[in-house]
Design a protein around this ligand. Structure first.
Ligand SMILES: [Cu+2]
Length: 65
């Protein structure tokens, strides 16, 4: 689940080895917006990103074991 605690649009995508995991994107358009998704991922290391232009610093490592 993603909750927007900011006043601008954000997204949440999952990337592995530079390739976006298909058919998964959460979008929160304004403050207080909530988006929920479910995905099954193979064990491995992923990067969670926001693909809004200028938000390239918004990323985190996701480890699935
Ligand atoms: Cu963002």
């Amino acid at each position: 689940m993603t909750v927007n605690e900011d006043t601008v649009r954000h997204t949440l995508l999952i990337v592995q080895d530079g390739i976006k995991v298909p058919n998964f994107k959460l979008v929160v358009a304004e403050e207080g917006a909530v988006d929920v998704g479910e995905i099954n991922l193979a064990a491995g290391s992923y990067t969670v990103i926001c693909d809004v232009p200028g938000h390239q610093n918004m990323k985190a490592t996701l480890t699935v074991s």
